[in-house]
Design a binder for this molecule. Structure first.
Ligand SMILES: *[C@@H]1O[C@H](CO)[C@@H](O)[C@H](O)[C@H]1NC(C)=O
Ligand SMILES: *[C@@H]1O[C@H](CO)[C@@H](O)[C@H](O)[C@H]1NC(C)=O
Length: 227
């Protein structure tokens, strides 16, 4: 009888440690991804401004995504840790200006932030809790002013075409790191500057050289639409 109880205890402890292991998933680095609102909106699908109004003409945060060095990534790691706006109430006004939603129908952004936390943020809980995840992202955005970097290099969001290599070169020059660039297509099929990826160490604070860059489907000449 007693040894049966002991056996049961051992089984329960083993099960418990397996569950803990599976929720505190590890990863290698982050992609910090910013998006150009003009290119999000300038597509066949279009966009909706947030209920708080048209965002500034600036890059906005898309997300901070835990990644593996082989180019794959974990997702939806912890259903027991849903997005909770009350944990980031002190960050709300900065969230609205730096991480604006452009999805339809119009909303205040919580759907976007909940998606990013639930899909990506829950996979870096071994490093950052919910407040840390969002505040790290806001701090990264404050560290790197992409629009200023591009404009200083003569690359303006005015509907002109620019060389992919000049865009990469300008960011390399200013930050010391090689960015990944993603394009999408406007309603007439032209390639346009959509997202800029930088890599960040697991602490969520320091930019690093990317272990692997996203494939990127930009032409050599890409449009930088106004917003
Ligand atoms: C955009 O700005 C660049 C650099 O100032 C300029 O050369 C170009 O003519 C402008 N394009 C448009 C469409 O205004
Ligand atoms: C863009 O690339 C083309 C072809 O490689 C080159 O001739 C041109 O000088 C480049 N323009 C800029 C602004 O770098």
């Amino acid at each position: 009888m007693q040894s049966n109880n002991l056996l049961l205890l051992i089984k329960l402890l083993t099960l418990h440690s397996l569950l803990v292991l599976s929720t505190s998933q590890d990863f290698d680095f982050f992609y910090f991804v910013q998006q150009w609102p003009g290119s999000y909106c300038d597509t066949k699908q279009g966009c909706c401004y947030p209920s708080t109004g048209k965002p500034e003409s600036d890059f906005g945060i898309h997300g901070l995504w835990p990644e593996y060095n082989d180019g794959s990534y974990p997702s939806n790691c912890d259903p027991d840790s849903p997005f909770d706006a009350s944990e980031i109430s002190d960050l709300m006004s900065q969230m609205k200006s730096d991480w604006p939603t452009l999805a339809c129908p119009s909303n205040d952004g919580q759907t976007f932030w909940a998606h990013e936390w639930n899909k990506h943020g829950t996979c870096s809980e071994s490093e950052l809790d919910q407040h840390g995840y969002f505040s790290s992202s806001l701090n990264l955005k404050a560290q790197i002013n992409l629009l200023k970097i591009l404009e200083d290099a003569g690359i303006h969001p005015n509907g002109s075409e620019y060389n992919l290599s000049s865009i990469i070169g300008a960011i390399q020059e200013a930050t010391g790191y090689t960015p990944g660039i993603e394009c999408n297509k406007d309603s007439s099929g032209n390639s346009q500057l959509y997202e800029i990826y930088l890599c960040v160490d697991k602490s969520g604070s320091n930019i690093i050289e990317c272990p692997i860059l996203p494939k990127g489907k930009c032409g050599t000449s890409i449009e930088f639409p106004s917003f």
